[in-house]
Design a protein around this ligand. Structure first.
Ligand SMILES: [Zn+2]
Ligand SMILES: [Zn+2]
Length: 246
């Protein structure tokens, strides 16, 4: 992306154009990449590199339902660009130059923030009232698939779309880091929903990636974090300490 194009998008494009571009971006990330990721998993399974987690296969009906809910979420995600660009134009959000280091550190930082943000939103979603009215949509996929990644109730999609908005006013990022973040995020999400894993579910921590969120879909409790279980462990410790004080 040239610096001029980035400048034009951020400062010259209308909010309707920005919505359209953001909608198309998420649409391509989802409908373009999900089948590719799925096919790669099948190929890697044939080569014995990855293994299926849950033997039960998702039905065509489930995948159709996931695509419909994901399309609704993409409509919601499109709006996420509006407050961010408004705050850039009113100089509340400061942008950094697109150097290689700014891009790499920015994507890492946004991914880390996404993990904390996801844990908080997801834990909140498991309050009985929200579970019954909102989060049940995502848990309809008891055996998750690559198509489950955006399969949310619109309210959950709205909350999850605030990852950049809740950190950009506090920490400056480069525009390309912000642009690349949804790509890294959906790749992580595909890994955690594809129902495949490295190994047989035992062993070193990183190999268990994808197992926990997959298990969460069927268990409806525990494993509220996504890529890591650090926040779950911390949460359990705090709960135990509270209980022992009573
Ligand atoms: Zn999920
Ligand atoms: Zn959940």
């Amino acid at each position: 992306m040239s610096a001029n194009l980035v400048h034009d998008i951020v400062y010259e494009y209308s909010y309707t154009q920005l919505y359209g571009l953001t909608f198309m971006y998420f649409f391509l990330l989802y409908f373009g990449m999900a089948p590719l990721f799925d096919k790669s998993c099948i190929w890697l399974k044939k080569k014995n590199i990855i293994h299926r987690i849950n033997a039960r296969k998702a039905t065509k009906r489930q995948k159709r339902m996931e695509r419909i809910h994901s399309l609704k979420s993409i409509f919601v995600f499109g709006f996420s660009v509006v407050p961010v660009v408004y705050l850039i134009r009113s100089k509340t959000i400061i942008l950094l130059p697109d150097t290689f280091l700014n891009i790499v550190l920015g994507v890492l930082c946004l991914t880390l923030w996404n993990e904390i943000h996801f844990f908080v939103v997801h834990r909140f979603m498991h309050i009985p009232f929200l579970m019954k009215t909102v989060h049940k949509v995502h848990h309809k996929s008891i055996v998750p698939t690559v198509y489950s990644v955006y399969s949310f109730h619109w309210f959950e999609a709205l909350l999850l779309s605030t990852v950049p908005l809740t950190i950009l006013p506090l920490i400056p990022f480069s525009p390309i880091a912000v642009f690349l973040y949804p790509l890294t995020s959906i790749l992580l999400n595909y890994s955690g929903h594809c129902n495949y894993r490295f190994g047989k579910g035992k062993g070193v921590e990183w190999k268990l990636f994808g197992t926990r969120h997959n298990t969460h879909h069927g268990a409806f409790k525990k494993n509220y974090g996504f890529a890591s279980n650090i926040l779950d462990k911390l949460n359990d410790k705090i709960s135990q300490q509270r209980l022992s004080k009573k």
